[in-house]
Each structure stands twice: as structure tokens, then as C-alpha cells.
Design a protein around this ligand. Structure first.
Ligand code: FAD
Length: 461
């Protein structure tokens, strides 16, 4: 219970005795490495436990209850909301070493994998059996599959395939009191009891530590083709998205960049961008080659009818990598460009994307900020990167963030499409959730974790 006890030498010595050799990390470099994630926040742990076995996870949590110290689960540390940072001290419990692919059952399209496996390696392991694990968060070379589950990570492929949640059949997880449970099923269907799997997915490590996952795989699409289309305005680009989808095409990615992003990466494009406030769409289709090549031509002609001025086709892997590089460079260059950077990842109904993006100049003027908008046009998930060149303008920029989130909610959207609430956005939770909903969710937390030792102080204000 609050306040927590400090980790005394005696407790650390006990952990060292009870955990696997090498699991306890107390050196300054090891602690520093777990003090940050990909948000702008930083909190140093008192101790890091790099679990080597599921039993290490159970023992750490049992001792946390006994000696009253907080435990914060950590995967790849690529989160953008500060969810894996130990802002109340205690132990950071890394699941990174639990990374084995336990089994791939090609006949039943499933994979059992430990939580610390790097997400891109999970995809590759499936591909080696000619199977497909669709979720593709852009940070998948850094993130773990357990972290993806804990945040229900999305990505460009969401528009066609859904989020991480849609590919988790069951979980192996350790409850805050150290009890090991298995949730869900190994079959394609199952409705026995409450859906604990989907309660733990997206809980940001506040209800249990995930140690392994049973994933649903699908047949691998044999081919993928891509294209970039440049438009004179965001409105025209969004009309093209609406038209393409209304005509029955379901791209496996449909990403957009606004004019500010284009100003940062325009020189990577082989054509002159129109003046004014141009916008870019990056589209992909996957499926049998003989089907998607002509379909892409239809999609391009729909985009052209809606005002696409330039088109760059990417029929093969090399060309596709080239167009994705444009998208990848945006995040890096926004970081380099701004002194202060606040990443938001709202989602709005598709029909409201253009309205939101059109309203951004007004927010920029009112709050003395620059907003770079890019994201997943097909599912309304927009990354709004709020920046300023002057640290002194931070309080005003934060007021701008709040005003923006309020507008997103007025448009029928949500304050986080995929990054989660963690520490960074918890003060905004009451903007979206009613007091009754927050009370109910806190009651669930209390039931799982009566001593509040697992990732305390996250999500709820
Ligand atoms: C360049 C870049 C691009 C990104 N692109 C995307 C994107 O396209 N889509 C997207 O959704 N996100 C994206 N992200 C954010 C991030 O990669 C995801 O949130 C990812 O799911 C975090 O996984 P992780 O293993 O790094 O988790 P961490 O950052 O270590 O932790 C994130 C949260 O999960 C919890 N957690 C971690 N492991 C476990 C576990 N085993 N059991 C229980 N809880 C656990 C932590 O406590 C924390 O609350 C991006 C990040 C970067 C840096």
C-alpha cells in the first residue's frame, strides 16, 4: 500500500537468491537503460529484474506484495506514453529475455510465443512457414509482442486486418499476486466465461504480466503492390480515400502525410509538389499478383478522378521500400526539427479527418505551435505531432493539446487510437470517459491488484 517501501539491501539480496542468475540488474547503466521509453518522460527504477523464467516473474510479484514495492512491466521500451516507466520507484520487470517461439502449428494457423519476442521477428517466424501475422506497428523492430498486446498496438495494416487484439487467441499471464493463469482458447472460437484475454489486452501492464501468447495466423498474401499519390489539398486526398473504399477496395495500407510533413521530406519525392497545402497518400494492396496489379490501376484512376496530381507506382519490394522510406523519415525529421515535441495519436471517424486537419492552422495560430499530421487515413488514426521551437511555450502548447483533444471528441473521435494512456495522457482520461466508467475500471484494477503493486499510477488520473 502507498507509500511503498524502498528496496533495501536485504530485499535486493533476497531477490538475488530467489531469482535466476543474472536476473537482478542494479548497475547504473542497467538502471539508466530502463529509465526511458520513446515518450519524452524519464523515471529511474530502483532495480531492474530481467526475468529469465516465468517463475522469476511470479517470484518478483509475490515479493512485491510481501515487501510492498511497485513493479512496472517492460517489453521493448518503445512505448510513446511512458507506460513502462517506474514513476513511483521500485522494480522494472523486463520480459525481454522470455523470447522463445514455443511452437508454430501450421495445420491450425497458430503460434505460441513468449512475450519478449521482438514483434518483427514474430512476423518473420510466421513467414518462414508461409503464414502471416498481420499487425505491423511502425516500431516493430523495437517493440515486443507482449508490449504490443499490452497496448493493443495498431499500424498501417489495421485498416484491412485489425489490431493486435484481433490476433490473440489466448494468453499466459502472471497476476499481481504471482498466480499464473491461462486465458482464452487455442481454437478459432470460444465463448466460455468472461473474456479475460481481451481484458488483459490493452491494459498497459496494469492487471497482469503477460509471459506468453497464442497468436492466430492467416495465410500469407502472395504479393503486395504500392503507390504514392500527391494531391493539392488534404480534402482532395480524403475524398479519394472515401471513394476508393466506397467502391469496394480494401487497401492493406492507406497512409497520409500533410503539407507540413511534406515540407520536411519533399526532396525524397521524384516530382515537384504543388504549392499551397499539398497532401500525400501512400497505398498498398495485397493478394494474388494477377488480381492486385489491375486493382491498383483502378484505385489509381479513382484517386486521379478525385484530384491526384502525381502518381508514383511501386510494383515490387524495392520500390515499396523506397516509398515507405518517405513515411519513415517523417517521424525522424519532426524529432530533429523541433525543440519541444508532444506526440498525440487521436482517431476520428473517416468522414471527419479532413475537418480535423483543416482546423489545425487555427490551433497553430491560437497556441503558437506547429502541428505535423500524418497517419492511417483508412482507419482515421491521426498522429498529431505538436511542436514548438521555444521551451518557454510549453505550457501554452499543452493548453493547445487539451483544446485539440476536446475537438477530437466533439468530432466523435477518441484521444488515443493506438499508443495508450500510460503516464503521458492520464490527465486527459476524464475528457473521454465518464466518472462511472472510470470508477468501474478502477474497481477492476482493485480486484486484480488490491495492494496496487503492478504498474500503479498509470492510466487513471
Ligand atoms: C518509431 C516508433 C513507431 C511506432 N509506431 C507505432 C505504431 O505504428 N502503432 C502502435 O500502436 N504503436 C507504435 N509505436 C509505439 C510502441 O512501439 C507500441 O506501443 C508497442 O506496442 C510497445 O511495445 P514495447 O514492447 O516496446 O512495450 P513497452 O514500451 O516496454 O511498454 C508499453 C506498455 O506495455 C506494458 N508491457 C510491456 N510488456 C509487457 C508484458 N510482458 N506484460 C504486461 N505489460 C507489458 C508496459 O508496462 C507499458 O505499459 C511506435 C513507437 C516508435 C518508437
Amino acid at each position: 500500500m502507498f507509500p511503498y517501501n524502498p528496496l533495501t539491501d536485504e530485499i535486493i539480496a533476497l531477490l538475488q537468491r530467489r531469482l535466476s542468475p543474472g536476473a537482478v540488474v542494479a548497475d547504473p547503466a542497467g538502471l539508466k537503460a530502463c529509465a526511458v521509453d520513446a515518450s519524452t518522460l524519464s523515471h529511474r527504477p530502483e532495480l531492474v529484474v530481467r526475468a529469465q523464467t516465468v517463475d522469476d516473474v511470479q517470484t518478483t510479484l509475490k515479493m512485491a506484495n510481501q515487501y510492498n514495492f511497485p513493479v512496472t512491466p517492460r517489453g521493448g521500451g518503445s512505448g510513446l506514453a511512458g507506460g513502462c516507466l517506474p514513476h513511483l520507484g521500485g522494480v522494472v520487470l523486463s520480459t525481454r529475455e522470455l523470447c522463445a517461439v514455443r511452437a508454430i502449428d501450421a495445420a491450425n494457423f497458430t503460434m505460441e510465443v513468449e512475450a519478449g519476442a521482438i514483434s518483427s521477428q514474430v512476423r518473420e517466424a510466421a513467414a518462414a512457414h508461409n503464414l502471416f501475422y498481420p499487425p505491423d506497428p511502425a516500431g516493430m523492430d523495437l517493440s515486443t509482442i507482449g508490449g504490443n498486446a499490452a497496448t493493443d498496438a495498431g499500424g498501417p495494416a489495421c485498416v484491412k486486418y485489425g489490431t493486435t487484439r484481433d490476433y490473440i487467441l489466448g494468453l499466459e499471464a502472471v497476476l499481481p499476486d504471482g498466480t499464473l493463469i491461462n486465458t482464452g482458447v487455442r481454437t478459432r472460437k470460444g465463448v466460455v466465461g468472461y473474456d479475460l484475454t481481451n481484458l488483459l489486452v490493452g491494459c498497459e501492464g496494469t492487471l497482469a504480466v503477460i509471459t506468453a501468447l497464442t497468436l492466430k495466423l492467416i495465410p500469407r498474401p502472395p504479393a503486395t503492390v504500392g503507390a504514392l499519390c500527391a494531391f493539392a489539398s488534404m480534402g482532395a486526398a480524403m475524398r479519394a480515400v472515401a471513394r476508393i473504399m466506397a467502391e469496394g477496395h480494401l487497401p492493406s495500407a492507406i497512409e497520409f502525410l500533410d503539407h507540413r510533413c511534406l515540407a520536411l521530406v519533399g526532396e525524397l519525392l521524384p516530382f515537384e509538389l504543388p504549392t499551397g497545402k499539398p497532401s500525400l497518400l501512400l497505398m498498398e494492396l495485397d493478394g494474388p499478383a494477377e488480381q492486385i496489379a489491375p486493382e491498383m490501376e483502378t484505385v489509381i484512376s479513382l484517386a486521379t478522378n478525385e484530384g491526384a496530381i502525381h502518381v508514383l507506382r511501386a510494383p515490387n519490394e524495392q520500390d515499396r521500400q523506397r516509398i515507405w522510406e518517405v513515411r519513415r523519415q517523417v517521424s525522424l525529421r519532426i524529432h530533429d526539427h523541433a525543440v519541444l515535441y508532444i506526440p498525440e495519436d487521436v482517431a476520428v471517424p473517416l468522414s471527419a479527418i479532413a475537418r480535423l486537419v483543416d482546423a489545425l492552422p487555427d490551433f497553430e495560430a491560437r497556441y503558437a505551435i506547429e502541428i505535423f499530421a500524418f497517419g492511417h487515413a483508412g482507419d482515421g488514426n491521426i498522429h498529431l505531432n505538436i511542436t514548438t521551437q521555444y521551451l518557454a511555450r510549453q505550457p501554452r502548447a499543452e493548453q493547445g493539446v487539451k483544446a485539440l483533444l476536446e475537438m477530437v471528441l466533439e468530432l466523435g473521435g477518441t484521444i488515443s487510437g493506438e499508443h495508450g494512456i500510460g503516464l503521458a495522457k492520464k490527465e486527459f482520461l476524464p475528457l473521454e470517459l465518464s466518472p462511472a466508467s472510470i470508477r468501474l475500471q478502477q474497481g477492476i484494477k482493485q480486484l486484480f491488484d488490491p495492494n496496487l503493486i503492478l504498474n500503479p499510477g498509470k492510466i487513471f488520473p
